[in-house]
Each structure stands twice: as C-alpha cells, then as structure tokens.
Write a protein that binds this ligand. Structure first.
Ligand SMILES: [Zn+2]
Length: 218
C-alpha cells in the first residue's frame, strides 16, 4: 500500500527541498491544496467549476470543496501513488475529513513528519545572509564572510545586498504563523503516535536520511 504522509515545517526548514527529493526518489506526489485548486479551476473539472464560482464571489472555498478536490486527485493518482500532504489539514475537522477520504480509498496516513527549526538559530541564519550585488555569490555575517573584507571572492565586486525580508521580525512572524496553523492538528496525530520530529537545521542530506529512516525503517 502507498505510504501517505503529512510534511510540516516552518519557512526556512527546507520543506520544499525535501518534498521535491521524495517526489524524485520515491515517486511521491506532493498535494498542496492551493496548487490543486488552481489546477482544477484551470482544467474546468466539476469541483474546479464549483470552486471558481465561490472564489469569484469573493468567498472562501469550503472544506467540502477542498475534500472533493483531494478525493478527485487521489482517484486520479491511484492507490499505488504515495502522497505528501502539504498545507492540509489545518483544523481538526479537516483532519477528520482527510481520514475519511483516505479510508474510503483503502489508504491511511502513515506518518506526520515535522521539520523543526530553532527560532534563534533561524534568525541568525536568515538575518546574516547577503549576496554579491554583481554575481550573486552568497555570504553570511557569521558563517561565510568574503576572504578579503568588502570584496567578493568570486568576482572582486565591492557592493553587496540583503533581501528586505531577511530580518528578525519577519522570521519571528512567520514562525508564529506556522505554530498557529499547526497547533490544532499536531495533538491529533501525536495521540496516534505517528508524529516524528526531525532537525530541519541539519544539512539537507542529513535531513533527507532522517526522513528515509522514518519512511523505510531498517
Ligand atoms: Zn561577486
């Protein structure tokens, strides 16, 4: 039976990178409700048309529509395709709906994997980064300064730039948003004993190996 998981992680934890790798190596398919919605609207499927009407009326797409959308997509993919749920569920009601959707198709949620980050370390990592304004070479105040101060190692340019979003306040706001979004569902899956937390601050290969150890225990 296909392995179905939820992958969670705050911005900066490398969730996208890990999901892409699971898709490439395991043939998993990442299901993001936003992407599915856009695809269904574009394809003009019955659920897509329904969603389009709701959105055009300026209303939020209901849980029922989202459920139909996921059901439609799961049927398309077939029982042998393992999926990664991304950004869904967000509420206890959605978690129940997801269980029912999966059960009706002979599937179930195997793991909830959360990539954890240390907020202080993340702030340091993000606020310290800057790039060469000319060639784009990446640097960091603490981890990778140019060898000759003020001079790009790669191209010799003297101007550098920082992204306006790379500030402590933005990082902390995003972390708070993430916690608020996952708070309603984590306890549900913790009670089932299917949550694994992995250090998202580790290098990408280590994170990948840790995920593999959960998905395919030796
Ligand atoms: Zn440069």
């Amino acid at each position: 039976m296909a392995l179905d998981i939820i992958l969670l992680g705050p911005p900066g934890a490398g969730k996208g990178t890990q999901a892409t790798r699971l898709e490439a190596e395991r043939g998993m398919v990442q299901l993001s409700t936003g992407d599915m919605l856009r695809a269904a609207v574009k394809a003009g499927s019955p659920v897509g048309l329904q969603a389009k009407a709701v959105m055009e009326a300026g209303e939020l797409v209901s849980d029922e529509i989202v459920s139909s959308l996921i059901g439609e997509r799961l049927d398309e993919l077939g029982v042998d395709t393992p999926v990664i749920f991304d950004g869904y569920p967000r509420t206890a009601a959605q978690a129940d709906a997801l269980d029912a959707l999966l059960k009706a198709r002979g599937r179930h949620l195997d793991h909830v994997i959360e990539l954890e980050v240390d907020e202080e370390a993340l702030v340091t990592r993000i606020t310290g980064r800057f790039t060469c304004a000319n060639c784009g070479e990446g640097y960091h105040d603490q981890f990778k300064l140019p060898l000759v101060p003020g001079t790009c190692d790669r191209c010799g340019h003297h101007e550098f730039k920082r992204r306006p979003d790379d500030n402590a306040e933005t990082v902390r706001t995003r972390m708070a948003e993430y916690r608020a979004k996952t708070a309603p569902i984590l306890p549900i899956y913790e009670a089932r004993g299917i949550v694994t937390r992995i250090d998202g601050m580790a290098d990408m290969d280590s994170v990948h190996d840790a995920i593999e150890a959960v998905l395919a225990p030796a």
